[in-house]
Design a protein around this ligand. Structure first.
Ligand SMILES: C[S@@+](CC[C@H](N)C(=O)[O-])C[C@H]1O[C@@H](n2cnc3c(N)ncnc32)[C@H](O)[C@@H]1O
Length: 216
């Protein structure tokens, strides 16, 4: 029992030190997780800690919506959004790293996902979105905002592509070395002109929902 406790404490200590080291490095260098992290992002272990169905529900995604996922990575949430929006819905999964999109493409070719036909993969930068104004009902993003070099510009781009009554949903998750408190996320959204709608989840796994509230 004592040996097991020592091992568990060592593992915990390793992760705490890793978090601290990454947070210090990230103060000086802004960088995204490399593509080899894709399988960790889209793993059963993560799904146990952060239920994709709950994240999608909290993001306000319902049937028939036109949706943009910013920084989809290897697609941990994309197929869940696709199912929630149904055959009449459309998901545009955008990421700056082609190797992440390749992992999502492979995921979509698996037998269990062959009925999903409403996802389009887009290689692009959120600071300069390749979409017209007023294009989407929902823009959602999970553990991405804090790693962007110009958060205000990125949020304003998300606002530009949202329909006047559109929703922006920002989800953050504590094991992410960029994790911010809810108050930081709310402040960033409001500074970019969004109106706070709802905050759901808990301290370490939350979604802040904003309304675009644009004049038509
Ligand atoms: C921490 S990962 C999260 C991936 C996914 N949302 C998830 O939770 O599993 C951040 C993702 O944002 C993408 N990203 C970073 N900067 C970006 C940018 N400027 N435009 C679009 N995507 C970006 C990265 O390539 C990476 O896939």
């Amino acid at each position: 029992m004592r040996v097991l406790t020592t091992i568990l404490l060592k593992i915990l200590g390793f992760f705490v030190l890793l978090q601290i080291a990454l947070r210090i490095i990230k103060r000086f260098y802004v960088f995204s997780p490399p593509a080899f992290m894709g399988p960790f992002l889209d793993s059963d272990f993560r799904r146990k800690l952060q239920s994709p169905d709950k994240v999608i529900k909290r993001s306000g995604i319902t049937e028939g919506m036109r949706i943009l996922e910013v920084g989809c990575g290897s697609g941990a949430f994309t197929t869940f959004a696709a199912k929630a929006s149904g055959i009449k819905g459309e998901i545009y999964a955008l990421d700056i790293q082609p190797k992440m999109l390749l992992q999502l493409k492979k995921k979509l070719s698996r037998p269990e996902n062959r009925d999903i036909k409403n996802i389009k993969l887009i290689e692009g930068d959120v600071h300069k979105l390749p979409f017209d104004d007023n294009s989407f009902d929902v823009v959602y993003t999970v553990t991405v905002l804090q790693e962007l070099p110009d958060k205000n510009r990125a949020l304003k781009e998300m606002k530009r592509v949202l329909k006047p009554s559109g929703i922006l949903a920002v989800t953050e998750f504590l094991p992410d070395p960029d994790y911010p408190f809810k108050s930081t996320t709310i402040k960033l959204g409001e500074e970019a002109g969004f109106i706070l709608d709802k905050v759901e989840g808990n301290l370490w796994n939350y979604t802040v929902r904003f309304k675009a509230q644009k004049s038509r």
